[in-house]
Design a protein. Sequence first.
Length: 638
Amino acid sequence: MPFLAPLALLLGLLAIPILILYMLRLRRREVIVSSTLLWQKLVRDREANAPWQKLRRNLLLFLQLFILGLLVLALARPYLTVPSLVNRSVVVILDGSASMQATDVAPSRFAAAQAEANRLIAALGSGHRMTIIQAGRTPRVLAAATADRQALTEAIAAAGPGSGTADWGAAFALASGAAQGFQDARVVILSDGGVPEGLPSLPAETVYVPIGRSGENLAIAALATRPVEGGVQLFASVTNEGLEPQEALLSVEVDGRLFDARRVNAPAGETVEFVWSLPETVGRIAARLSDNPADFLPLDDRAAAVHQGGVTHRVLLVGEGNLFLEQVLGVLPGLQPVKAQPGSDLLDPEADPFDLVVFDGVTLPDPPPAADLLIIDPQPGEGSAPLLDVTGVVTGTQNTSAIRAVSSPILQFVDWNGVNIRQMRQVAATWGEPLVEAAGGPLLITGEQGGRRIAVLTFDLQESDLPLKISFPILIANLVDWLRPGRSFNAPENLAPEDLVTLAPDSSATGVRITRPDGTTWEGAFGEDALLYDETGQLGHYRVEVVDGAGSREAGWFAVNLFAPAESRIQPAADIVVGAIPLQKGTGDEVGQLELWPWLAGLALLVLLIEWWIFHQGTRWPRLPAAVDLERWIPRRR
């Protein structure tokens, strides 16, 4: 048997001191005598004349020598040669994509990949190192170039699969860098084969170890809404990615209540589509597949959607009438514009608040409403005094070809060149910053004052040709988006796991709270810049709440779904293509090392416990408790 540390066998010489101690040890046999007086002299003579005792058979001596032998063998690290994929330094790429949550191998494919990685760790040779990389949406190094088997095992145990796709390009880039740090390295890919084509070759020999057995899976491939005349239309598609026909129960919930349930019969490799008509007030939709034991990937059996048309924000337009402005506000999604004359009861502080108030050529009420404001052609007055200082009017044609505009998202895709303005107001606002300036003063001012966002256009739209240009609806849309009436986040409809969501501060908001699908919450504080929320690994609905001085209020919902055909197709691949070369399944044709020292150390501990018991209790079996004398407790009949 070969050893990795053969010099440790020299520790077997410790058996000599053990034997000497047993030879010097005095052994006496207990004998009952009438008196010890006659024996004392005889005992002293034997002790003086016989320092060395005859070595006799002793069970404790045998056990102690056996324990020493086991420990010496363990320190010498014996091993057996076994077939293995690793007999050199290795880089392991562990697939952490959503398909690795398939349950065709118990308990899951990812657990099977972890077991395979642990076998590679056990076969890692002396002096060789291993790097472990998990391929996910953001690949990460679990363990970097180490020979510490315990650290490698702990890194594998702490890993978990994700709910989205894997960035294999980035994972291969990490693997290339790790492999270049080794001499004669090997890369082992533990995956079910969901690797895209076109990946570059790796600077080391690459081996593919397939994980998984079956490809049967029924998935919700799409769930979306669209507004139609008189309501909302819901569309859903269910795809059978397997080789056998599938049948399941499709349930649809609308705003937390069951709306419909129907049986789905999907032939192999085909898609079944469904359409429902929903009311206009619909907000959240959830779909789920159930009653399908042949489905091995439950992750794509549910989907969520949020009908953005169901979340509207009230906008109050105060003025004498502006057709251009009314048309733009009427077509912007998510807005519910309401027209009012100056002095309307809608401006009363006790009335229902609006998310955005637009004042077009009128004097502001005193005090101004506690909402975001868009002020067009501001007029002097008591209500305007707390916000603006309107000092005069600049008349004459103002051609803004010599305009000065700062770089701002509000001015994105807005061209001010060639805009003609008959007259403009001279406005000063200590809280604001001029974004657009002409020769007569600022044309557009934006800023925050009193916990609200304010934008000011210092001229009458109807006394300029700006509404006739294509930049006008873009400018109004950008302004409304910056003012964000009640909308404190920006999430696309097709949000995938681990995608970023931009959380933008409301005019009076100090923080934001997000409730995940599992009920846990995340909180963040708003600063000058927007927050980026990246904890979207769970599938389902996320609730967004804005926190301000008055408490918290709901700002909307967004949904995260796994609509990834590559992840729903869970059929394990027999080979993958890396660098235009197909990689077959790894056969383990090389020789690895299976060390035996853990078993030897465990056996030594067991023998040590037996020796301890014999030393204290002898070789007798422990006595059983005496039988209970039942006659003492059973009353006799008289």
